[in-house]
Design a protein around this ligand. Structure first.
Ligand SMILES: Cc1cc2nc3c(=O)[nH]c(=O)nc-3n(C[C@H](O)[C@H](O)[C@H](O)COP(=O)(O)OP(=O)(O)OC[C@H]3O[C@@H](n4cnc5c(N)ncnc54)[C@H](O)[C@@H]3O)c2cc1C
Length: 288
């Protein structure tokens, strides 16, 4: 019998299953309603041999050495730094908006003045959400810049994406693409950035590859977990173990256990031999 049932075989569910299987040495069942593991990180090789990220491109990025080391037990990496170009006023410019974007879009004299003012006020490398810049800025030149970025970058994007104005959506969403006061054109500034050498699905397969872990695909939790008279039924029999959700907590009307995995424990692995450490004979391994 399973001591733990995890709903969702995405990255979160897989890591929790692995921790429970290895650290607690307990049996885990992972239920997944899709026909594959990996959640939104799922990727597969297409006819031409290219790895395709089925649900949209995913780039692994973290500042936590522990997280990078933990995942490196299950994959080797391809170092990858994501750069995004936006098409604004007929020019391809780096996004998120940074000092290079400023110089590419505005006349040089104006760009220089604005850069000087920005760096007098904000530390080099600081990031700030557009709505905050709009609200807080009282200098007229910087106010002009904030309005300019709002219109050219955010307004059209949120309109196209959600048919909403930036101020109509959660500030956290617009804050995910902040204004960056530096010349760093990368999309993420995290210390560790990469994609798994053989893809996310292979990496997650290895995370889940443990004798204590069983996976049930094509199964929504509603099909096998029910509540009757305040009891949880697993396949119509009373279940006394713990339920953990990988995702979509609101849709799961069951008592749910949340487990916290301290970062410092991510490296501890009891039963499994250590896999080959990440072979990144590039900048990535030097940072370790
Ligand atoms: C287009 C796109 C691009 C992204 N790019 C990045 C990126 O570059 N870098 C980054 O760090 N993050 C990115 N993300 C976020 C990333 O997808 C998530 O951080 C990560 O996949 C979350 O993993 P998860 O396990 O929490 O959820 P998910 O990957 O969503 O997995 C949850 C799983 O639970 C299953 N499930 C849900 N409800 C039930 C149920 N009732 N019964 C059974 N199974 C159920 C789902 O089918 C799914 O497989 C991106 C997201 C998207 C959509």
């Amino acid at each position: 019998m399973f001591n733990y049932i995890i709903v969702g075989a995405g990255l979160a569910g897989a890591v929790m299953a692995e921790r429970i299987a290895n650290i607690l040495d307990e049996k885990v069942l992972v239920i997944e309603r899709r026909n594959h593991i990996g959640g939104n990180c799922y990727d597969e090789i297409d006819k031409t041999g290219i790895i395709i990220h089925k649900y949209g491109p995913h780039i692994f990025h973290t500042n936590y050495k522990e997280v990078f080391k933990y995942l490196s037990q299950f994959t080797e990496w391809k170092e990858y730094q994501h750069h995004v170009l936006g098409f604004i006023d007929g020019k391809l410019v780096p996004l998120p908006f940074n000092l290079n974007t400023l110089h590419k879009l505005l006349p040089e004299a104006l760009a220089k003045t604005l850069e000087k003012k920005l760096l007098q006020k904000y530390d080099y490398g600081k990031k700030i959400p557009i709505l905050q810049l709009l609200k807080e800025e009282d200098d007229q030149d910087l106010k002009f810049l904030a309005n300019y970025i709002y219109e050219k970058v955010f307004l059209n994007y949120t309109k196209k994406q959600w048919n909403l104005k930036p101020e109509e959506i959660d500030e956290k969403v617009t804050g995910r693409v902040p204004i960056l006061f530096s010349r760093d054109d990368r999309y993420f500034q995290d210390r560790y950035q990469a994609v798994p050498q053989e893809g996310y699905t292979k990496m997650i397969q290895k995370i889940l590859d443990h004798e204590n872990i069983k996976i049930m695909l094509n199964t929504s939790h509603q099909e096998i977990l029910k509540i009757k008279n305040d009891k949880i039924l697993f396949m119509n029999k009373e279940y006394k173990g713990k339920n953990i959700h990988g995702k979509n907590r609101r849709t799961i009307q069951l008592p749910i256990w949340q487990i916290t995995i301290p970062l410092t424990k991510l490296q501890i692995r009891k039963t499994r031999p250590k896999m080959v450490p990440a072979r990144c004979d590039n900048k990535l391994s030097k940072r370790l």
